[in-house]
Write a protein that binds this ligand. Structure first.
Ligand SMILES: NC(=O)c1ccc[n+]([C@@H]2O[C@H](COP(=O)([O-])OP(=O)(O)OC[C@H]3O[C@@H](n4cnc5c(N)ncnc54)[C@H](OP(=O)(O)O)[C@@H]3O)[C@@H](O)[C@H]2O)c1
Length: 325
């Protein structure tokens, strides 16, 4: 597995997102035992970069990751996130990046993860009530205390990134980026490159859509998070299938799977890009990691670059409203 630097932090260029091990997609399928085997298999295949968050569950995803990495902590770049759970009474889903909330959150995350330090600690969403300078200032204190090594932001807009980076170097921005979510290319990627910040694309498989495994919205159960996503609904879903059909055509040419093409395309965008595909299954983690070995021709990359844009917003209105622009 090739390793790259994201803002000075060395990571395997393909990581593993743990979110779907604790609900969200295909709820009820899989098991904690299979999830832990998936994390172990990823480690054995050279993955070092693992991503979780306080809000996933909440809490149970960090606990699961903590159990899985026991005894192997020193092989891992451990990333987690705060700011989508307010410990002052608001609870889950409430934006809170105030200094007091960060101090409460970090100790809980460390305990659940069974570690004394977090390698990459992200603000999960920008909190309009707390100046970003105050948030970063608190993270700088946590670095001084040895609890955190590197700072990340998630779904932050250009102005916030510049302000944060002026207080202390930001190592990585985590934002949705994939063959059907190309928004970061216009403004964010050039800014990150100017500032020397790495980029961690989340949902690099389009929440599973780009793998070609889901051919109709009816395949998703009612408690699947994707039911709330406009791109997975009705007519939008059917129109978006032409994207995955073109990905499949490229996959057939190089004897790969659509998931591998989606990841190889992201890796071809630069050596500062470290996607974190999510899965709770050993076979799929093996498949996804093999994308590290895949080479796409310039012509294939161009065809993928020219795919029709996705139909539908990438989140529902509530989730779009908390994205900083
Ligand atoms: N910062 C943020 O706000 C934010 C938001 C969303 C996600 N994330 C992070 O990004 C990570 C990845 O994003 P994501 O999980 O939303 O989406 P994703 O990686 O684009 O897709 C995950 C989905 O694809 C399926 N899948 C994975 N590999 C597959 C394969 N080879 N063939 C067929 N299906 C496959 C998974 O199913 P199974 O699990 O059943 O295998 C799961 O349903 C998360 O785990 C989380 O750490 C961050």
């Amino acid at each position: 597995m090739k390793h790259i630097s994201i803002g000075g932090l060395q990571v395997s260029r393909i990581g593993l997102g743990a979110m779907s091990m604790s609900g969200y997609y295909n709820v009820g399928m899989g098991s904690d035992a299979e999830s832990i085997r998936t994390i172990h298999r990823a480690l054995d295949l050279g993955v070092t970069h693992f991503d979780t968050a306080e809000i996933y569950g909440p809490y149970i995803n960090e606990e699961l990751v903590g159990r899985a990495i026991k005894g192997r902590r020193d092989q891992i770049v451990l990333a987690t996130k705060f700011g989508l759970f307010s410990h002052a009474g608001g609870g889950p889903g409430v934006l809170d990046s105030s200094p007091a909330n960060i101090r409460a959150a970090v100790d809980g995350s460390l305990k659940r993860l069974g570690t004394d330090h977090i390698d990459l600690y992200y603000q999960h969403r920008v909190d309009p009530k707390t100046p970003i300078e105050d948030t970063i200032g608190t993270l700088v204190d946590l670095i001084a205390a040895g609890k955190v090594r590197y700072i990340g932001l998630s779904e932050a807009g250009p102005a916030t990134i510049r302000r944060a980076h002026a207080v202390h170097p930001v190592a990585a921005l985590q934002t949705e980026y994939s063959l059907w979510t190309r928004d970061p290319e216009a403004e964010l990627l050039p800014l990150l490159r100017e500032l020397g910040i790495g980029f961690v694309p989340y949902s690099p498989l389009g929440h599973g859509f780009l793998t070609g495994e889901i051919r109709s919205p009816e395949q998703l159960s009612d408690d699947d998070w994707r039911k709330t996503n406009p791109r997975f609904s009705g007519e939008n879903f059917r129109r978006n299938l032409r994207i995955v059909d073109e990905v499949k055509a490229v996959a057939a040419e190089v004897n790969a799977t659509p998931a591998q093409i989606a990841l190889a395309w992201l890796l071809a965008q630069g050596d500062d890009i470290a996607p974190i595909p999510g899965t709770k299954r050993v076979a799929r983690v093996e498949e996804n990691i093999a994308a590290d070995q895949l080479h796409l021709s310039a012509e294939q990359i161009e065809r993928l670059n020219n795919l029709a844009p996705a139909v539908g917003e990438r989140h529902d209105a509530g989730n779009m409203a908390v994205i900083d622009r």
